[in-house]
Design a protein. Structure first.
Length: 107
């Protein structure tokens, strides 16, 4: 259970970082909801798919675990990249929404 709480705290930290980033772009309410939704789904998906993968080594009968948690260095860069992509995607959606759907934003 502490692992889940730790993961949830990391997700919340990433979402807060994203909210600050989106607020910097001065979005409208609907476009920011869309952007935050995309970002949150991506971040939660990334965090919960990066777990430890363990298997029993048949030669030594030991449990061998590959660290694919958030602390694993190789995965950490993948997560960072995916979060950056999520933020960029969220900004693009927001800017497209503001340009084509909410034209009053540009006046």
């Amino acid at each position: 259970m502490p692992k889940l709480k730790e993961d949830l705290m990391k997700i919340w930290g990433l979402i807060k970082l994203g909210l600050n980033y989106i607020a910097f772009l001065k979005p409208t309410l609907i476009s920011s909801i869309i952007a935050v939704g995309i970002m949150t789904v991506l971040i939660i998906g990334i965090v919960f798919t990066t777990r430890s993968i363990c298997e029993i080594n048949r030669d030594t009968n030991n449990l061998v675990c590959e660290d694919t948690t958030l602390t694993g260095l190789a995965i950490k860069w993948n997560i960072l990249g995916a979060v950056i992509i999520a933020y960029i995607l969220a900004s693009v959606v927001m800017l497209l929404y503001n340009k084509y759907i909410n034209k009053s934003y540009l006046k």
